[in-house]
Design a protein around this ligand. Structure first.
Ligand code: GLY
Length: 300
């Protein structure tokens, strides 16, 4: 039996001080929602989907209904779910009008012979998903309406890594991408090994500027460091260090290995983060870079 853990982030960036409590509130609620799935006997994959769908639906983070808009004022969404136990993934890119792209990504992984759908034709798969009642969504199409954009101005992707009691690892990422991006632009979030990665050793979820994260395959690199013997926290730090060396960018990662060791690192001002280990009472939340460093150094 493995100690079940969930590590959730709400996006690394230069969060305004007054927005940080809100970021913490929603990653905490998302972590609890995901962990409760584990407690009911669900898999890491189930928990990761529920946790991420919560953040997509909350309207306060840069994903799903709260996502940043492109330069046409449209929310074009990217998401990926990775099942480390089968080294499998599903991804969607530049989809519009999808309430929970993470569920569409899982549908693609589980119910189609492909891995990655993009743009308008991904909506045909979405229609198929809804018609099969794979998931029911309360308000499909909500992303097309002209609601106020309430996502934190500098927040990035959301994501999580989950390890269940059988040692299965899942990882996710979901985002509206860079605010004011060119229509059709796709970032790292749906790219396997960039925005997230998981196998039977380690899972990683990344957040930051996709154009930079993709160049170093940040999530895959952190996982590789763990596979080569580096502990999860040092591997997370090495991943950020690599990104800085190669691109000079800012980012964050959360990670967990098959033994439920966890890590997180960021060189941004803040990354709202929630961690639950073993039981929902054992929850920790933090956001500022210094608080993340302190927490993970003390809780190896
Ligand atoms: N990390 C999200 C993006 O760049 O699209």
């Amino acid at each position: 039996m493995t100690l079940p853990v969930i590590v959730v982030h709400g996006g690394a960036g230069s969060w305004k001080d007054e927005k940080i409590p809100m970021g913490i509130e929603f990653v905490k609620k998302a972590a609890i929602a995901g962990f409760e799935v584990l407690e009911r006997g669900g898999s890491a994959l189930d928990a990761a989907e529920v946790c991420t769908a919560f953040m997509e639906s909350c309207g306060k983070l840069n994903a799903g209904v709260g996502a940043a808009r492109n330069s046409d004022g449209i929310r074009e969404l990217d998401a990926m779910i990775v099942d480390g136990s089968t080294l499998d993934f599903g991804s969607v890119a530049a989809v519009v009008g999808v309430h929970n792209p993470i569920s569409l990504a899982r549908y693609i992984m589980e119910k189609t012979k492909h891995k990655f759908f993009a743009g308008t034709n991904a909506l045909r798969v979405y229609a198929q998903m809804l018609s099969e009642e794979y998931r029911t969504e309360k308000a499909p199409g909500i992303l097309n309406v002209n609601v106020e954009n309430i996502a934190p101005e500098t927040a990035d992707t959301v994501g999580c890594v989950v390890v269940d009691s059988q040692g299965r690892i899942a990882a996710t990422s979901s985002t509206g991408g860079v605010r004011n991006k060119m229509p059709g632009r796709v970032g790292d979030s749906p790219v396997m090994g960039a925005g997230a990665y998981a196998n039977d050793v380690c899972g990683v979820a990344a957040t930051g500027y996709g154009e930079h994260i993709m160049r170093v395959l940040l999530s895959r690199m952190v996982s590789l460091y763990v596979e080569q013997g580096t502990d999860v926290l040092d591997a997370s730090k090495r991943g950020i260090q690599l990104l800085v060396e190669k691109t000079g960018s800012e980012a964050g990662v959360v990670a967990a290995d098959v033994h439920a060791n966890i890590g997180a690192a960021t060189n941004a001002k803040a990354m709202p983060t929630a961690v639950i280990r073993g039981s929902v009472e054992n929850i920790s939340v933090m956001a500022l870079k210094e608080d993340i460093e302190t927490h993970f150094e003390q809780n190896l």
